[in-house]
Design a protein around this ligand. Structure first.
Ligand SMILES: [Zn+2]
Ligand SMILES: [Zn+2]
Length: 265
């Protein structure tokens, strides 16, 4: 299996996951042009995508969806709540309702030889999910936009070979930063985003000897920066009640604007 990030951050998200036979895209929160350019860098095209899995209806996850749906007719997989919210959104233009495949959290479905498991996440959207994908041998996850984690999340992501996981903000940067108070409260709340430290604690719960690589993603532009996210996450893993140090694993940061390396498991 392989995974790469075309863009990850509060300014737009698009992640590609594939097996030897089939590729899918998770979210389309950047322009159709940027998606295609990113795919081309990895010797793929948007047309190669067998589906686009949408996590939730916030614009940083669906901004380019209207264009790619109309241009390429790619099947759209998402929950009913998210599909309804997308259809009501005026900014995307018209999307053929026939492209939607309604999926449910905790119910696996297949796209080619990929088995996809959507899992509930706590976020201020209609019916948001994260996605776990496996090809029969290996398993990867894309877990962003969640206000907190619990045993359900830990159980679902404790046997991944590689993952992209949210390290959204540094709590202190957010608290002293320029955001208005209600927005700070939203981000810090149970339906907001995972802080660097919380991401590190979650990783401490789910890391195992066979984790090949962790990609930190969905960093806030104003309230985080890559080195800080990396160091905070590593420190939490090292301090946590687990057998590992933060430096035992390959942990890298997905960029908001450039394509990541190809992670192969
Ligand atoms: Zn987001
Ligand atoms: Zn969101």
């Amino acid at each position: 299996m392989e995974m790469f990030s075309i863009a990850s951050g509060s300014s737009g998200n698009c992640i590609c996951v594939g097996s030897n036979n089939v590729h899918v895209m998770i979210d389309a929160g950047i322009s159709g042009k940027r998606i295609e350019e990113g795919m081309n860098q990895m010797n793929l095209t948007t047309r190669d995508m067998a589906g686009v899995l949408i996590t939730h209806e916030h614009s940083d996850h669906i901004g380019g969806l209207g264009v790619i749906a109309r241009r390429y007719g790619i099947p759209i997989y998402t929950t009913q709540g998210t599909a309804d919210a997308i259809m009501m959104s005026s900014s995307l233009g018209k999307i053929d309702p026939g492209l939607f495949h309604i999926i449910r959290p905790d119910e696996e479905f297949t796209i080619g030889d990929l088995t996809v498991r959507p899992i509930h996440i706590s976020h201020d959207a209609a019916d948001p999910v994260a996605y776990i994908l496996k090809d029969g041998k290996k398993k990867m996850g894309v877990i962003t936009d969640l206000g907190y984690y619990d045993d359900y999340i830990i159980e679902n992501i404790s046997d991944l070979d590689a993952m992209l996981i949210e390290a959204n903000h540094d709590v202190h940067m957010l608290q002293v930063g320029p955001y208005p108070y209600p927005l700070k409260q939203r981000i810090l709340g149970d339906r907001g985003h995972l802080a660097n430290e919380t991401c590190g604690r979650l990783l401490g719960e789910v890391l195992h000897d066979n984790v090949k690589q962790v990609l930190l993603g969905h960093l806030s532009k104003e309230n985080n920066y890559p080195d800080l996210a990396l160091e905070s996450v590593r420190a939490e893993v090292t301090l946590g009640d687990n057998p590992y140090k933060g430096t035992d694993f390959k942990i890298t940061v997905a960029s908001r604007s450039s394509v990541s390396e190809r992670i192969v498991v």
